[in-house]
Design a protein. Structure first.
Length: 302
């Protein structure tokens, strides 16, 4: 903790102490009975003096409340941040609803993959939760996406706590959209979609084993499991392009574990999502981009 934050915390604690003790003093004064039966004894003179100077204690308590409040008002933003820290520190997957829990690792992995596709100067990241999951508190789902997204872009460790701060520091506006089951026009019970600029990606869990599947990339329908290394090739929708890509990768001894071809809703372009068993070199990517019919080649890393 740096000195500035330490002094801020001490300042706020002192202000809270003044307001708290001052308030208790005022309440105690006004709640006390007007007449008190003071027993005889050595302490009688002291109690009589306290009662006689009660107004002094009242004004001291009043000024403590005023002083404490004056110290707090300019720092209401800081108080709000500090009040949120315990929740942020303690937040974990265990705090999520049972329906959301299986989607948290998927959200974080999807965030990491999408970070590779989004431009370095991305200004807005939209996180869309569709289906049953939209009916719950999805803040932890958003934090999972941010944790994955900025982990791929930030040298320091990214956590649930500092992910929103990193987004703010990099001037990335986070937009959360919830589409409930009743309003969802989707083939899936639950869906997580990320959008930034012209790029988008969506994933879900399918089957009894809840296997992760990427079902949309850049508005092209796909069906492929996420992997550590992925290649997205957008190309003209014409014969021969798939064979060209496969031949070029095979020439460079690139082994393909999974592959799917998706078409856009509007004809004209197609998209290949390829999962190689190892990272593809920049030289191979450059050669692939130079081939006829290839519009764009993007490497994704999880």
């Amino acid at each position: 903790m740096n000195a500035q934050r330490f002094h801020l915390i001490l300042h706020i604690l002192l202000a809270v102490f003044l307001v708290g003790t001052g308030s208790v003093g005022l309440i105690s004064f006004y709640a006390a009975p007007e007449s008190m039966d003071i027993p005889e004894g050595p302490g009688r003179a002291f109690f009589e003096a306290v009662i006689a100077t009660g107004w002094l204690f009242q004004w001291v308590a009043f000024f403590k409340v005023v002083a404490g409040t004056a110290m707090l008002i300019p720092r209401t933003r800081a108080v709000a941040v500090l009040a949120a820290v315990p929740y942020a520190v303690n937040i974990s997957a265990a705090d999520a609803n049972e329906t959301l829990k299986p989607y948290l690792p998927l959200a974080e992995r999807l965030g990491r993959l999408f970070s590779s596709a989004a431009t370095p100067d991305v200004s807005e990241l939209e996180i869309i939760a569709t289906g049953e999951i939209a009916g719950y508190d999805t803040r932890i789902l958003t934090l999972s996406v941010l944790k994955g997204f900025f982990s791929a872009r930030h040298a320091d460790a990214v956590t649930y706590v500092n992910a929103p701060q990193i987004a703010s520091a990099q001037k990335v506006e986070i937009k959360e959209t919830l589409v409930s089951g009743a309003g969802a026009n989707s083939d899936y019970v639950n869906l997580i979609t990320l959008r930034a600029g012209s790029h988008s990606i969506a994933a879900t869990l399918v089957g009894p084993r809840r296997q992760a599947r990427i079902v949309m990339v850049d508005d092209h329908m796909t069906d492929v499991p996420p992997s550590e290394h992925m290649l997205v090739v957008r190309n003209d929708d014409r014969p021969g392009v798939i064979g060209l890509v496969g031949t070029l990768l095979g020439t460079h001894n690139v082994n393909i574990a999974d592959m799917d071809v998706g078409r856009a809703d509007t004809p004209g372009t197609a998209l290949m999502v390829i999962s190689p068993t190892a990272e593809i070199t920049d030289e191979v990517l450059a050669e692939l981009r130079a081939q006829p019919g290839i519009i764009e080649v993007t490497s994704l890393y999880a």
